[in-house]
Structure formats: structure tokens, C-alpha cells
Design a protein around this ligand. Structure first.
Ligand code: GUN
Ligand code: ZN
Length: 427
């Protein structure tokens, strides 16, 4: 049975980071035709109502119908330690993160947090995420089973570490390869799930482990590979001391088979010219994690340089180094970083980053992240007057973008009026 959802919409005509905000077209009285879990048509409400008189009407009034948000870098196992005070990256990992990740050897605990994380994500309008797990294979099973039960498109992988991590949180080059290969065989391409090869970062992997995961990736080049790159200055100095032979941080990955177009590099704040040029040449993705970058004290993503290079960029919360589950809050933080680097991003660019930009970075831009015929029907209804302060600002707006921007800057889960996964209402 077809459903015709009426509301405000945005149609993506191109990449607004490259072509400018005009690449996103607001439709004030729009309609979305959904059938069999897919988007069948999108356009002006009057046109679609006339063309599909048999469809069930669902009128969302002035709410904005948007693709569900796509969070391109999260650590679901850090859900319970979000907002941990006072540490920078390496101390934060040792003080808060590693002790918490240790607990995921218990499948019941992993299942509990996986379900809690996905419910928090959905209540914030996030319908797809790309998550790190822990070294425990059961932490991967937990998130995939929880996503499967909710019908969600989800990407995740076992976080591999064989050094500079505590006893109980280390694998080896061989077990990292074997367990990742087994999880990939079990989950990759099942329902809406994708396995992501996941070395945590160079400091917690030996050369042998990076090479083993590089070999696994070469055997499965359609898989994504995610890791962290140049997040904090102290971390970069540590990488230099651990890998004196490397030209730079990126080279620790490149020389072990971990650079390619299906790579995702989280943070990527302090890049050298060689690193950024090489990443652009290869077409790998950079994942911007703005709340995390300020919360952990890492620095400012260089928006002007990265945009000038035409980098493929996704947006992410980096929960729980990031300080929020909300992609609205994350867009606001990205805007502030843009301001601090003299590249103020337009609301069209911010919203696109949180949907189609992240989807493209994750190589699923043809499936989710846009409202277009043939896409999977993961969408949300957003209330653009969700709190009194947002409502009073929005009434002063002169155009669509001015009406949207207060929700980007001040909105949270209260703005998410509904969430549909595969055309079915979930939250
Ligand atoms: N670098 C290596 N591991 C992590 C992590 O868990 N969070 C963040 N923000 N950076 C990292
Ligand atoms: Zn991370």
C-alpha cells in the first residue's frame, strides 16, 4: 500500500560543497511517495496527490521531511562513558575508554549497550551509523543483531589492537585477521549490514597487525576500512616515535595496505600537504567529528583547505569522544568550526553533510541519505519549531534556510517528530 507523505522537503541536485547551496532545492509543499520500503516519487504535493489518488495521505504540516541522518563515525561501546571530564585523547582512552571497552567481553552487556545506543540514535533521527566495536567479536554480533532487529542499515567492525592497550583488550596480528575475516563472512551483505575492517589507529597496532588487516582488505576490496588519523598533536608525535621509518602518519597506513578509495579516516585535523594531497588523489573519505574535536581538545578541521582540495567528507558524532548523539548538534559544531576557520557553511551544506555527504563517504549514497526515487525509505520528520526559542526565531525567518538554521543551531531530539525505517514508523 502506497503512502504519500506531505511536508517540506529538500531535493539534492548536486554536491553543495562543490556547487554551492543552490545544489539543494527546498520544496515548501512537497510530497514523498513510499511503497514497499522504498521512495517511489518526490515532488510538489499538488502534482503527486493528483498522480496518486489511491495513496494513503500522511500530512506532516510544516514539518521538514528529510533523509534520516547518517553518522559516519561512532563508537557505540562508549555510549555509557559519554561526557567524561578533563582528559585529552591518550589519557581519555586510558582512563575512561579502555576500562569500559573491557566490559564488552560479556555478550549480555554488549547487547544491552548496543540496543541502548541504537534507540538513542533513532530518537535523534539517525537511521544509519558506521561504528567501531571493541576487540571482542561478540561486540560486533551485538550491534549487528540489534540493527537487524530494527531493520536498520548499519556498518561496523571489530576494533583491532595488539599493543599499547591493557591486558584483556589486545588481540594479535593473527587473531585480528582471523576474527575480522570470520565476522566479515558472517555479516557483510546480510540484510542491510556491512562489515568494516577496523584497525583502531597506528599506536595500538603493530606493523604486523596493520599488514594483516591490509591483506584482509585486499581480499575484500568492496569493504570499507575505518581508522583514526592525525587527531591530536601528541598522538602524531607518538606515531612518529613508534614508526620512525614512516614519512608521516598517513604513511603508517599506506605502507601497510591501508590506503584506498574505500578508506575512512576519522578526524584528520593536522594533515601535512603530502597527506591531504594523497588522500584527495586516492579519493578516500575524511570524517569530520566536530563535537569530539573540541571536547577532547584536538583542534579545528581545516574546512577551507579540505574544501579547496575537493575532499570527500562525512560528518559524525564520534560518540563518546563526541559529546552528543545528535547530528543537529553536530551540524551546529561543524558550523562553528567553519566560522573559526573562515569557511561558514551554509545550512544546505550542513544538512547535506549529515545525510548525503556521510552516505557518500560510506559508499551508500545510492541507497540512503537522499529523498529520491529508488532510495530506501529511511526518513525523518523534523519539527522546525520544536522549542519556544526556536519557534520564535523561526517566525522571523525570511526564507526556508533562515527557518531551518535555528533548528540546526539549537535543535535536539525534541525536533525529531518521527522516524521511518524502510517505510515503517519506528520512533
Ligand atoms: N583514537 C583512537 N581511538 C579513539 C577513540 O576511541 N576515540 C577518539 N576520539 N579517538 C581515538
Ligand atoms: Zn573515533
Amino acid at each position: 500500500m502506497a503512502e504519500l507523505h506531505l511536508g517540506q522537503l529538500m531535493a539534492y541536485r548536486g554536491d553543495p560543497l562543490v556547487e554551492g547551496p543552490e545544489a539543494v532545492l527546498p520544496i515548501r509543499h512537497g510530497a514523498l511517495l513510499i511503497a514497499n520500503g522504498m521512495i517511489v516519487d518526490i515532488g510538489e504535493a499538488a502534482d503527486l496527490c493528483a498522480a496518486h489518488p489511491g495513496a494513503t495521505l500522511v500530512d506532516h504540516g510544516d514539518h521538514l521531511l528529510s533523509p534520516g541522518f547518517i553518522d559516519a563515525h561512532v563508537h557505540y561501546p562508549q555510549t555509557a562513558i559519554i561526557a567524561s571530564w578533563g582528559k585529552r585523547l591518550i589519557d581519555w582512552l586510558n582512563s575512561y575508554t579502555f576500562p569500559e571497552e573491557m566490559r564488552f567481553g560479556d555478550p549480555a552487556y554488549a547487547a544491552d549497550v548496543a540496543g541502548r545506543y541504537l534507540d538513542l540514535a533513532l530518537s535523534n533521527g539517525t537511521t544509519t551509523a558506521c561504528s567501531y566495536c571493541t576487540i571482542h567479536p561478540q561486540s560486533v554480533d551485538a550491534i549487528f543483531q540489534a540493527a537487524q532487529a530494527r531493520g536498520m542499515r548499519m556498518l561496523a567492525g571489530k576494533t583491532c589492537m595488539d599493543r599499547n592497550a591493557p591486558e584483556g583488550l589486545r588481540d594479535t596480528a593473527q587473531t585480528a585477521y582471523d576474527q575480522s575475516a570470520a565476522l566479515l563472512a558472517r555479516w557483510h551483505g546480510v540484510d542491510r549490514l556491512s562489515y568494516v575492517i577496523t584497525p583502531r589507529f597506528s599506536p595500538t597496532s603493530s606493523r604486523e597487525q596493520l599488514s594483516a588487516l591490509g591483506a584482509l582488505w585486499a581480499e575484500h576490496p568492496d569493504c570499507l576500512m575505518q581508522t583514526h588519523l592525525s587527531e591530536q598533536v601528541d598522538e602524531i608525535a607518538w606515531v612518529k616515535s613508534l614508526y620512525p621509518e614512516a614519512r608521516d602518519y598517513l604513511d603508517t597506513y599506506e605502507s601497510h595496505g591501508l590506503l584506498g578509495e574505500n578508506a575512512l579516516y576519522g578526524h584528520a585535523i593536522h594533515l601535512t600537504p603530502r597527506e591531504s594531497a594523497r588522500i584527495a588523489e586516492v579519493g578516500a573519505a575524511l570524517i569530520h567529528c566536530p563535537t569530539s574535536n573540541s571536547f577532547i581538545g584536538s583542534g579545528l578541521f581545516d574546512w577551507p583547505a579540505r574544501m579547496a582540495e575537493g575532499q570527500r567528507i562525512g560528518l559524525a558524532t564520534d560518540t563518546g569522544g563526541g559529546s552528543n548523539f545528535s547530528m543537529l548538534r553536530t551540524m551546529a559544531a561543524a558550523y562553528e568550526v567553519g566560522q573559526l576557520t573562515h569557511q561558514p557553511l551554509h545550512p544546505a551544506q550542513l544538512w547535506w553533510l549529515a545525510t548525503q555527504g556521510s552516505a557518500r563517504a560510506l559508499r551508500i549514497g545510492d541507497k540512503v541519505g537522499a529523498l529520491a526515487p529508488g532510495m530506501e525509505a529511511d526518513f525523518i520528520a523534523v519539527d522546525l519549531a520544536s522549542t519556544p526559542v526556536i519557534a520564535q526565531r523561526a517566525t522571523r525567518a525570511n526564507d526556508f534556510w533562515e527557518a531551518l538554521f535555528p533548528t540546526i543551531m539549537m535543535g535536539d531530539d525534541r525536533a525529531i517528530a518521527g522516524v521511518w525505517i524502510g517505510g515503517k514508523k519506528r520512533a
